[in-house]
Design a protein around this ligand. Structure first.
Ligand SMILES: CC(C)(COP(=O)(O)OP(=O)(O)OC[C@H]1O[C@@H](n2cnc3c(N)ncnc32)[C@H](O)[C@@H]1OP(=O)(O)O)[C@@H](O)C(=O)NCCC(=O)NCCS
Length: 259
């Protein structure tokens, strides 16, 4: 037990630059108090002392402003920064090294019994005021932006922001433009199919467009090389390949496509 308390305190130092010393952390971090009281409440809950467990949880809420249902399963080094206004539902599951800021709700969207709250895998960070609602999984290392409302699964390592939350992807502008160009060339309407969509069908279409782009490039290279050798095969037998499609390749090689 003391080992786990020690790593909880270390976890605060890792994730809050404002923490100065162990005494301050133990006495002035309501997030820590809530986690420790939850461990007691959860032990009572799983031993069948349900009312007592709810009593401890309610006392913790009164003391810290953080409401954790005693049935929630929480991993190691869970850190709640500031804490006030956090609600964690009965069937929520939280992995190791997860961080929540103030005002976060891990809630349900149905009144049915059974799993109705989210699962947060290891290393997830949920920003201040975010609401994560439903029995889906937020993958390991994912980040939820402050004030986001998340209603669908978030892949591991992704960052989700906004209402409803969308996955943001950085530094892939070129890929998006390339997919759009390929879709235009094929006469395919790619409206609404963007790389940041978690939809598996949209992702598959995006990957097909990438593959077509790669095949096209390879074909252009082959046609350029054939043209250089004096063949007019590409121009004659593959009229769908316009001259300008491989003009660049031939130009690179100091040649013109065969007529
Ligand atoms: C979501 C978050 C983790 C993203 O951090 P990041 O990976 O460094 O991303 P960036 O700051 O570079 O932002 C990327 C884009 O998302 C947008 N964005 C970031 N956070 C956002 C949020 N909460 N809501 C909506 N959009 C957000 C940025 O404006 C930026 O948009 P742009 O590319 O159009 O300019 C971070 O912004 C966040 O909200 N962290 C929670 C922090 C918190 O709650 N602190 C409380 C301390 S008391």
């Amino acid at each position: 037990m003391f080992e786990r308390m020690r790593e909880d305190i270390q976890g605060v130092f890792h994730r809050d630059p404002a923490a100065r010393n162990a005494f301050e952390v133990v006495t002035c971090y309501p997030g820590l108090h809530a986690v420790w009281l939850h461990r007691a409440a959860h032990a009572l809950w799983t031993s069948g002392w349900k009312w007592l467990a709810r009593g401890v949880s309610n006392f913790s809420r009164w003391l810290t402003g953080i409401e954790i249902h005693p049935g929630a399963v929480i991993g190691r080094r869970f850190f709640i920064d500031h804490g006030m206004g956090i609600v964690i539902g009965e069937t929520a599951e939280i992995g190791d090294d997860v961080t929540l800021y103030q005002g976060v709700t891990l809630g349900g969207t149905s009144w049915n019994k059974g799993k109705r709250h989210p699962t947060l895998e290891d290393g997830v960070v949920v920003g201040a005021g975010a609401k994560v609602l439903g029995p889906f999984t937020v993958g390991a290392g994912a980040k939820i932006g402050s004030n986001a409302v998340v209603t669908k699964a978030v892949p591991a390592g992704a960052t989700a922001v906004g209402i409803p939350a969308k996955i943001i992807v950085k530094g892939d502008d070129g890929l998006e433009a390339q997919r759009q160009a390929m879709a235009d060339k094929l006469g395919f309407d790619a409206y609404g199919v963007s790389q940041d969509m978690p939809d598996p069908v949209a992702r598959a279409i995006g990957q097909l467009l990438d593959h077509l782009h790669a095949v096209d490039n390879r074909l252009e290279g082959i046609c350029g090389a054939l043209g250089k050798l004096g063949s007019d095969y590409c121009a004659k037998d593959m009229p769908q390949l316009r001259d300008e499609d491989f003009a660049g390749v031939c130009k690179d090689q100091g040649d013109k496509p065969a007529a």
